[in-house]
Write a protein that binds this ligand. Sequence first.
Ligand code: HEC
Length: 191
Amino acid sequence: MFSAFVLLGGAMGFLGWSQSRPAAETASCYKPEYTASGDLMLPKNFERWIYVGSPLTPNALNDGKANFPEFHNVYIEPCSYDEYKRTKAFPEGTILFKELQLTQDQEFPDGSRTEPSGRGYFPGKLNGADVTVKDTKRYAESGGWGYYNFNHHEPKATTAKVKARSECAYCHIASAKKDDVWTQFYPRLDD
Ligand code: HEC
């Protein structure tokens, strides 16, 4: 019994298991997954990714129909984030996930309301998602990124078709700060 214990302990030490972190702490890498017909599958576990920012375009400030209502909570796939911090460039396979979230019901015409913390906009129901994927070969026609919409309502679609350059990419290409990503709004990526 004792020797078996020593042996096991020795084997674990030899394999480096004693130094490995518990699985829950280890960021798992996720690469884009496609259906047989080439549609993008809704990325798995995006809510565990690295959160980079929340642009806000309330419907009430956009004639009741913002293009992307209302909070845009943006996440980046964790391994791509690590690579980006190391190299200052988005690696192939980077996924940015923008989850939309409605605001709580408005009390004022500008869409705002009052809560104990003050007057402002407060996150409410989730409302679909938009996704970009970097793949300079696959998406050469749209600047090296693929653009996808997974509904602007819940539940999110499980797959999505790539959007034409004239629908999404043109605007990112024209005005986003770095490699068609709006890093000017995400301090964690703006370096
Ligand atoms: C007219 C300009 C414009 C168009 C068209 C546009 N976007 Fe964007 N997009 C933005 C801006 C500005 C941001 C950052 C600020 C924000 O979210 O309001 C952004 C942010 C994003 C982000 C977060 C990552 C990043 O690059 O900052 C994703 C994902 C995204 N857009 C997907 C799409 C998809 C999918 C489409 C087409 C269905 C699209 N966008 C069309 C202007 C545009």
